[in-house]
Design a protein around this ligand. Structure first.
Ligand code: GDP
Ligand code: IMO
Ligand code: MG
Length: 423
């Protein structure tokens, strides 16, 4: 038995989808437990290329069952279109996907509120994905949420929606938006329900039974450590907890069952949306990383900001989350670089500081200190043996291990499933 937790160690988009799809061949269950369709997990395998927003990335392996557990927030239309997309590609979804009725539903007003809150913040905006993620979580913790449970009970849903519209419509009106119509929302969401119903089931007993029977479970994190609502670069963060601890309440599994915490990190760094990014490059190297790495958002298509690997951040993340191993992705993107840098320290007002010493406003101002490594000219693209790597690449990876204090278990060298080295 193993319960492997896979989380992003940077600002999201580290290549979690790729690693999960690879590891899922030895997983009985793959579970999404937080975030929502702000996530975009890219998978390239024998079925084609996909960006998964809600359904766990392990669904492509016939041996797995996929669970969208209670901690996840759901846009029903996105879920249905994902099911359709998979079925069209020949992936069986029926009887393999289980969705917790405890999941909160992203309502039409959440997406509008996301947009108007961002507009009100002007230049200080977070740069959200616009999927209603902040507002749906605000309603969840403020006892105003509507869950799949409610939708499954027409009367209860109608009552709750009435209350919510009495709260939301005055806000929408104040921002010059057209108020929403109860009947229209009810009609639309209830028309989707028959297609959702076959997948809705309490996921707690499934996971408990899997633990009891010593099955192998993979818990699929979304976003990344530095988008965490507490420890990330708040308010340039996401609304859910992205840390390892989130998996226990978000999936309904006790922490002692988690055997591995695999942190996925790019061999460099990227961020999409606003907020501090100490190692960001504004020069031609940053542009080269973006173009070579195809660094455009899997959910929104926005260009990602690019920079060097930040070992200060990663070391903090390792201690905070208890990483047991690292999966380093996109090593191939650094092929052909003359020099590669690693950030080993932050300087603020002439003094050395750690990530946790300062808030987002000061993190914007830190000057990173770098050590420079010799690049490699022999391609690593597609390599699947450690021995195939050029010595400079091995030295670079060894230094990352040393600085972060965690061993590398996987090195990804391309988009495709088999372009990976198991160390
Ligand atoms: P996720 O959100 O963490 O799953 O990551 P995304 O899918 O948003 O972004 C990662 C991008 O990098 C996707 O386009 C992946 O196909 C791609 N990718 C993942 N691993 C590798 C790799 O080792 N090499 C290359 N070239 N691309 C990779
Ligand atoms: P995956 O799972 C990268 C970022 C947004 C924005 C901030 C808040 O694919 O790694 P939100 O819509 O969540 O309210 O936006 O968080 N963000 C992500 N960035 N990858 C993601 O997911 C992200 N999910 C949210 O860009 O800065
Ligand atoms: Mg992504």
């Amino acid at each position: 038995m193993a319960v492997r937790l896979v989380i992003g160690a940077q600002w999201g988009d580290e290549g979690k989808g790729k690693i999960i799809d690879y590891l899922a061949n030895t997983s009985d269950f793959v579970v999404r437990y937080h975030g929502g369709n702000n996530a975009g997990h890219t998978i390239v395998n024998e079925y084609g290329k996909f960006a998964m927003h809600l359904i766990p990335s392990g669904i492509f392996r016939n041996n797995t069952k996929a669970i969208i557990a209670n901690g996840t927030v759901i846009d029903l239309e996105v879920l249905l279109s994902e099911i359709k997309m998979l079925e069209k590609a020949g992936v069986k979804v029926k009887e393999r996907l289980f969705v917790s009725p405890r999941c909160h539903i992203i309502m039409p007003y959440h997406k509008i509120l996301d947009r108007i809150f961002e507009a009100a913040k002007g230049v200080g905006k977070t740069g959200t994905t616009g999927r209603g993620i902040g507002p749906v979580h605000a309603d969840k913790v403020g006892y105003n949420g509507i869950r799949l449970f409610d939708l499954l009970n027409k009367k209860q849903f109608s009552k709750k929606l009435f209350v919510q519209l009495s709260i939301k419509n005055p806000i929408l009106k104040a921002f010059g938006e057209t108020p929403l119509d109860q009947k229209a929302i009810e009609h639309h969401l209830l028309s989707l329900l028959p297609k959702i119903k076959p997948f809705a089931t309490e996921t707690y007993p499934i996971i408990q039974e899997a633990v009891k029977k010593k099955k192998t479970i993979m818990l699929e994190g979304a976003q990344g450590v530095f988008l965490d609502n507490d420890w990330g670069t708040y308010p340039f963060a996401t609304a859910s907890t992205t840390l390892s601890g989130a998996a226990t309440h978000g999936a309904g599994i006790a922490p002692q069952y988690i055997t591995d915490i695999i942190a996925v990190a790019k061999a460099y760094a990227t961020r999409v949306g606003a907020g501090p990014f100490p190692t960001e490059l504004f020069d031609k190297t940053g542009k080269l990383l973006r173009e070579k790495g195809g660094e455009y958002g899997a959910t929104t298509g926005r260009p990602r900001r690019c920079g060097w690997f930040d070992a200060v951040g990663l070391r903090f993340g390792a201690n905070l989350n208890g990483f047991t191993s690292l999966a380093i992705t996109k090593l191939d993107i650094l092929d052909g670089f003359g020099e590669i840098k690693i950030c080993t320290g932050y300087i603020l007002n002439g003094k050395s500081v750690e990530y946790y010493d300062i808030d987002a406003a000061d993190l914007e101002k830190v000057k990173p200190t770098y050590e420079t490594h010799k690049g490699w000219q022999t391609p690593t693209q597609g390599a699947n043996k450690y021995s195939e790597l050029p010595k400079e690449a091995k030295a670079y990876l060894a230094r990352i291990e040393e600085l972060v204090g965690v061993k590398i278990a996987y090195i990804s060298t391309g988009q495709k499933r088999d372009e990976i080295i198991k160390v």
